[in-house]
Write a protein that binds this ligand. Sequence first.
Ligand code: FE2
Length: 483
Amino acid sequence: MKITNPFLQGPYEPLRNECTIENVDVLGTIPLELTGTLYRSAPSAEFLLDDPNRFHWFDGDGMVHAFRIENGRASYRNCWVETEGLKVERSAGRQLYNGIYGRSEAPQKPLPEGAPEIKTVAGINVIRLGTHLLAMHEAEGHYWEIDPVTLKTLGTFDFDGQVSGMLTAHPHFDPATKEWIFYSLDNEKRSLTCFTADIHGAVTSKFAIPMSFTPWNHDVIFTAEHFIFFFGMISWRPYAEDRIPQGKSSWFIDPAAGTDARILFVHRKTGEALWIEPENSPYMIGHFLNAYQDGDKTIVDASATPVSGALKTFNPEDFYPFPLVPGPAAFENPQLWRFVINPHEGTVEHHRIGDFSAEFVRPNETIMGQKHRYGYMAGAHDLRPETRGFNCLVKHDYEGNVTRFQHLSPDYDMTPGEPVFVPHPDGETEDHGWVLAVWYDPRRNASELVILDAQKFDGEPVARIRLDHHVPLGFHGNWIADC
Ligand SMILES: [Fe+2]
């Protein structure tokens, strides 16, 4: 069968080898102050579907990639996250599971007794919580703990059984209160639960909110007072008997729900829920950059994907937080938006920033939940005829309203993943530090970790750490300074 699926080729091609590379080739000079590990998470696929052209980028198996930096040198290691579903397929020696987000159009194959009913991907994010390095998906009631050095899967992590439902892959840390902010969804029981946990991962509060619908929700943001959610038009039921077992995507459109966004504020101390339903709001939020309170207003910066077209033309499987899908699609390219909300008056205003596409938005996270000046993201700007996906990194200065772009190669498109801001150990200003991102070079069919001076964002990179193989374009990761 000829493989035409773009998510099995080029920068997305699954990587199946696990390897360790000491002393990776470096162009430039890695700052001596930079000591730690950049962990990245990406889906790969150990076994392909019977019809690989039905493979969805969000499915497959999770893999963690680690770039360790010390004394101006870099090493690299990658390793699968060994989920129960992957073990089941390894025992069978072939693909057994239908995907979660894509659709196989074939009934679920028989599974061995005791096997999990769906195979989660553990390929969205990797975060250190307390002493635990955790790989994450969003359809399980636990994370996967991995060894920070060997990257081997050690077991599961479930907050000592204090959580249930489908845990988000986007927990956030509030540096002001030293709390973790996260949530779980139980779309079969129609419930959302907001959690806080202390710095060690002990759950300190939980508030259950009844839900009248079954959203796919991917991120949460917070201010000093609230958890904030933006629910979009995609419904999600990965445990429904009439979805994945029938070869359908767990994503679907509920015509009764319409296309407008629904915004939920949950008070962090009382659990009080405040719903806002702005009219004429056909957009999806992919990720939040940050949020903060400004008097009686709440500012939310995010990447937003406008939706257009008649509802019957929407195909949720075409939703990618990425300007890639060619041809007409109900989902436009993601954009950088600022929301100004008065939660008590129920007013919501928003405006777009710039004319570029933007996703994988990140701030300097040492000030998350408080007013920020800068945002970093993957972008698409100065497009070429052959541009597919992101071709630059973007730094936006909200105070000066200045946007800077880093294309890395002036001659052709290289494709960056999510940028991660690493503060300088002696950093005194918000952008004193480095921006780290893994870029794919189509001319080498290989990837490199590029270190930018955040204050000279569009200048020459500080260092380029060049692998001879590609790291599949994935989603999220984090810098752990003392790993
Ligand atoms: Fe995400």
